[in-house]
Ligand binder design. Sequence first.
Ligand SMILES: *Cc1c(COP(=O)(O)O)cnc(C)c1O
Length: 408
Amino acid sequence: MTIKQQASIKRDCFDKVMLPVYAPAQFIPVKGLGSRVWDQNGEEYIDFAGGIAVNALGHCHPKLVKALQEQSEKLWHVSNVFTNEPALQLAQRLVDHTFADRIFFANSGAEANEAALKLARHYAIKKFNPYKTKIISFTHSFHGRTLFTVSVGGQAKYSDGFGPKPADIVHVPFNNLDAVKAVIDDHTCAVILEPVQGEGGLTCATPEFLAGVRQLCDEFNALLIFDEVQCGMGRTGTLFTYQQYGIIPDILTSAKALGGGFPISAMLTTDTIASVMYPGVHGTTYGGNPLACAVGCAAFDVINSDAVLSTITAKRKLFIEQLEKINQQFSVFSQYRGKGLLLGAQLSEPYHDRARDFLNTATEFKVMILNAGTSVLRFTPSLVISDEEIIQGMARFAKAVEKLVNSK
Ligand SMILES: *Cc1c(COP(=O)(O)O)cnc(C)c1O
């Protein structure tokens, strides 16, 4: 692949014109194909980040490109004053393959969670009483960046400094059923959790914990919300992660991989819970946009197949074998975390708080990785990454680790 020199717009422009809420890498990606990305200078990178668990089928997957191109010549947007075929087709797929009967589309994970939390409160208020508003959440959880979702999320660094927060939200330690028991009561409307905590460090819920929380929710008429924005859509080896645990939520949120790189999210729920909603009670201009849903349908059909889902375990194994080879030489990891291709490598004690250094050094050696917190490296590659690309990317990463270890 040849990329023409086209660096008329430079990285330093970011520092002048963009709100300084990110610190992006020094190169600017201009083209992607599968698990490879090229920058303005034609340098090639192997992508183990996948746009933060978004590009589940890599870059420019032919089926997604085709869906987007075809839809782009038909209908882009009509608003929710009208419905559209792609939205109904994607909703039908989600209903056919999950516990859910009803779908609400939005544009980001935060918006799907916002809808889920509003639904849970509204359901409790309408079905029970106006004081049933308590939301139980977990430390280290992440649910998005709107004021409601940062407040529900369990990371003060994201929620503090913005004035008064929505009330009646409590946080308890993850995987600690006694802690949930201590705070859940008749005034609780919902418990929200990520079956695998993503941003918080790739901690998997234990099966006993999920079963216990389900039971407590039933006992106190609280809704159980699973945020599968990051761990859903095939990433852990089943369409949604709850399907592996066999614990059914009342509400589930999906985003990230749902659109394979096109912004879309969904909130899934049952007929009973949906029955408290009515026209006008909640909404969004773009949610269920035909372009997004057409791409979503194409992504859904590729991901929800044996050809993809049955390979996730083997790919995880190959990743861990490669990481372990690096570890035997350099002793940088103390534990592997997460599930499927939501994979974490916990940095060993001497490297605590240095995840960002690993990221930066990895990009020097032309491989893109992520962190989850300051001491866990995160790998969320395309679900269809080839074994050769995993091995080649890991060879580059090994060189990055060598440099980092030797420059200590
Ligand atoms: C990324 C993420 C979100 C927020 O999604 P946005 O699209 O950034 O709003 C919410 N929950 C989880 C678990 C996530 O990983």
